[in-house]
Design a protein around this ligand. Structure first.
Ligand SMILES: N[C@@H](CCC(=O)N[C@@H](CS)C(=O)NCC(=O)O)C(=O)O
Length: 220
């Protein structure tokens, strides 16, 4: 049977979380690398909203939200209990954190990253708004090695690609800011073999006419 197709863009934090979820579940997909400026028609036909990631399953059904792609993969197999089935009380906490990340934090992150496009306020102002979430993560990470327990969960994998972007806007500022636990946590994830695997570079599907087997069974 043919593998599901994942349309992905290497640097997109939503696509990163989808690739993490797929890799950590042990599922495999055919990865089609795209660039946002030139989206393949086949992707737009499957998902007219035109965002990545998009997962097209073998029966033709389409999953077009990154968190749902993570959940699809982990529902099939979740050896590390990233979905927190063994600690159901934490599932709602994870959900709320991911919602804050994708909602409020992401919109301040975009303004901080592209402050010149939002001249109403300063870059520093946008950063301070983003720091409300960073401070929340800092206090969680003060209690545990990862956001909810001492092991990573879906919340860590869904959120750290965005904190990576926040940290990258002004690296010197971030490295010197008073968030030692967030710094430690982010460094751990960014230095992991998992991150290395999901950040492997692929030629674009449109240019190379090639998709790539991606997932645990195929990673080296
Ligand atoms: N809610 C979506 C958001 C995905 C999203 O916005 N992805 C960005 C790239 S990081 C995108 O594809 N933007 C479309 C564009 O820039 O044309 C998800 O979670 O999958």
């Amino acid at each position: 049977m043919s593998l599901p197709i994942l349309y992905s863009f290497r640097r997109c934090p939503y696509a990163m979380r989808a690739r993490l979820g797929i890799m950590l579940s042990g599922e495999s997909v055919d990865l089609r690398e795209i660039i946002l400026k030139h989206k393949p028609q086949a992707m737009l036909d499957a998902s007219p909203k035109g965002t990545v990631p998009v997962l097209v399953l073998s029966d033709g059904s389409v999953i077009e939200e990154s968190i749902e792609i993570m959940c699809w993969a982990l529902a099939k197999s979740d050896p590390a209990d990233l979905l927190l089935q063994r600690t159901p009380a934490l599932q709602e906490v994870a959900k709320a954190l991911i919602q804050t990340n994708d909602g409020c934090f992401k919109s301040w992150l975009d303004k901080y990253k592209y402050a010149d496009r939002y001249p109403e306020m300063s870059e520093q102002y946008y950063r301070q708004q983003g720091e409300v979430f960073i401070a929340q993560l800092e206090s969680l990470l003060n209690k545990n090695q990862h956001l909810l327990t001492d092991s990573p969960s879906i919340a860590d994998y869904a959120i750290y690609p965005f904190i990576r972007q926040f940290a990258g806007v002004d690296k010197t500022w971030f490295e010197n800011a008073d968030y030692p636990n967030v710094q430690r946590w982010l460094t751990t994830h960014l230095h992991s073999s998992e991150f290395k695997t999901i950040m492997k570079k692929y030629p674009t599907w449109l240019e190379s006419n090639q998709s790539f087997k991606f997932g645990n069974r195929y990673s080296d």
